[in-house]
Design a protein around this ligand. Structure first.
Ligand code: NDP
Length: 444
């Protein structure tokens, strides 16, 4: 297999899907050598079977807004690979959603889920519906309309969606309500549900907490055991960013930035627990903008900007794909940044990743560092199927163990002399398990 040829072939067959090409390129380039040590992989064309999704559903979602206007959005579900378990991955509601973005996310999810050690395949879905400014009733009607199409393709042993950008507990609740009605079952087919109806404790926190557990494993290898004295830049102000900030504070770090798609805030005094509580309320209850933080606490707000120019020792991109480019990466390093751990999926451009690796800083790619969310989703599936719920402490302990195991797998496959290439480690570890499962199951 030649990574270059695989990519050219995919670009020719699936043009205009740059995010998908980007995600595939990063993986095939890092697994090329290992793949070619197994001639049986090439014989059965494993690489194409791994890169091309098993199937894609796309559908129109029609709903009526509060003014009586009929709206039509696109809905999608990408079932990428189920070699090691039912398809599993979030739903994203954002105006930028298209097939390329969901294909990249489903591809990444397959390797991420493999890394978690839990039996989950990879999938992703969503809609170009823009939740901003919508009333609660509009959100409910959209979620219900979306589910009237999606429900046929999912199920507890087939495909188990969860949340992602624009889809939190409220949206999962509405979708679950409609799923339950249509499927006439109560099997926990979605994860991220409310605690009262089968949700797992720690699921909302899991991606952010998990990222910090991963970061601490990386720092520990450098002799650093807490975050005292560390200045942390975080992007985003949604689910992942806020719980990341919470864990950073708990471990003694100072959080200086948060952002949303309009801009970022820089608070040199640090976003402490009280201020963070305000952000939780602002985002989850009032559904406001991060600028309001700057108005309330009188700090700097940069419209349209990204926080990577602010001096920090740790950067945790937690908003969206390609939000940190090569120039940002060089600025971070020249400002003394020692670690970058990705809460978001593919937030760093290929050039930025190259800069991090070339400079040998601690760099954890999203598919390893943000796997805590899907891991606790996997634990939610287990609790649903045994009809029990575990305590907060129990779930948190399991999450810590999973993140350590993912970290150690990256070290095992990514060590190059005295440097750990976490990108290579995560890709190879994730790939080998899926590849072996696919080989064992024949050409299907
Ligand atoms: P939320 O919708 O809760 O928050 C997303 C945040 O990112 C918001 O602050 C949003 O700002 C900002 N954002 C979204 N799109 C853009 C953009 N194009 N440019 C700048 N900022 C943007 O989503 P999550 O916190 O759940 O997800 C954040 C990232 O983490 C995503 O990459 C997601 O795939 C990844 N992830 C999430 C997991 C989870 O469990 N939720 C699991 C693993 C990964 P605004 O409000 O203005 O849109």
């Amino acid at each position: 297999m030649k990574a270059k040829d695989v990519l050219e072939n995919l670009k020719r067959r699936f043009p205009n899907e740059p995010e998908y090409h980007q995600a595939v390129q990063e993986v095939v380039e890092t697994i090329e050598e290992v793949y070619n040590r197994h001639p049986e992989f090439e014989k059965y064309n494993l690489i194409e079977r791994l890169c091309i999704p098993d199937r894609i559903f796309s559908f129109r979602v029609t709903w009526i807004d509060d003014h009586g206007n009929t709206q039509a959005n696109m809905g999608y579900r990408i079932q990428h690979n189920n070699a090691i378990g039912p398809y599993k991955g979030g739903l994203r509601f954002h105006s930028s959603v298209n097939q390329s973005i969901l294909k990249f996310l489903a591809f990444e999810q397959t390797f991420k889920n493999s890394l978690t050690t839990l039996p989950m395949g990879g999938g992703k879905g969503g809609s170009d519906f823009n939740p901003k400014g919508k009333s609660n009733n509009e959100i409910m009607r959209f979620c219900q309309a979306f589910m009237t199409e999606l429900w046929r393709y999912i199920g507890p042993e087939t495909d188990v969606p969860a949340g992602d950008i624009g889809v939190g507990g409220r949206e999962i609740g509405y979708m679950y309500g409609m799923y339950k009605k249509l499927a006439r079952e109560n099997t926990g087919t979605l994860t991220g549900k409310g605690i009262e109806f089968g949700g797992s404790l720690i699921r909302p926190e899991a991606t952010g907490y998990g990222n910090i557990y991963f970061l601490m494993n990386m720092l520990k290898r450098k002799g650093i055991s807490n975050l005292k004295g560390q200045v942390v830049a975080i992007s985003g102000s949604g689910n992942v960013a806020t719980y990341t900030a919470e864990k950073v504070l708990e471990l003694g770090g100072k959080v200086i930035t948060l952002s949303d798609s309009n801009g970022y805030i820089y608070d040199p005094n640090g976003i402490d627990a009280e201020k963070l509580n305000y952000v939780f309320e602002l985002k989850n209850i009032y559904r406001g903008r991060i600028k309001e933080y700057a108005d309330k606490y009188k700090c700097k707000y940069v419209e349209g900007g990204r926080p990577w120019g602010e001096k920090c020792t740790i950067a945790l991109p937690s908003a969206t794909q390609n939000e940190l480019n090569g120039d940002d990466a060089r600025t971070l390093i020249s400002n003394g940044c020692i670690a970058v751990s990705e809460g978001a999926n593919m937030p760093s451009t290929p050039e930025a990743v190259h800069v991090f690796i070339e400079n040998k800083i601690l760099y954890a790619p999203g598919k390893a560092a943000n796997a805590g969310g899907v891991s606790v989703s996997g634990l939610e599936m287990t609790q649903n199927s045994i009809k029990l719920s575990w305590s907060r402490e129990e779930v948190d302990e399991r999450l810590k163990t999973i993140m350590k195991d993912i970290h150690d797998a990256c070290v095992k496959y990514g060590t190059e002399g005295d440097f750990v290439n976490y990108v290579k480690g995560a890709n190879i570890a994730g790939f080998m398990k899926v590849a072996k499962a696919m080989m064992a199951q024949g050409v299907v």
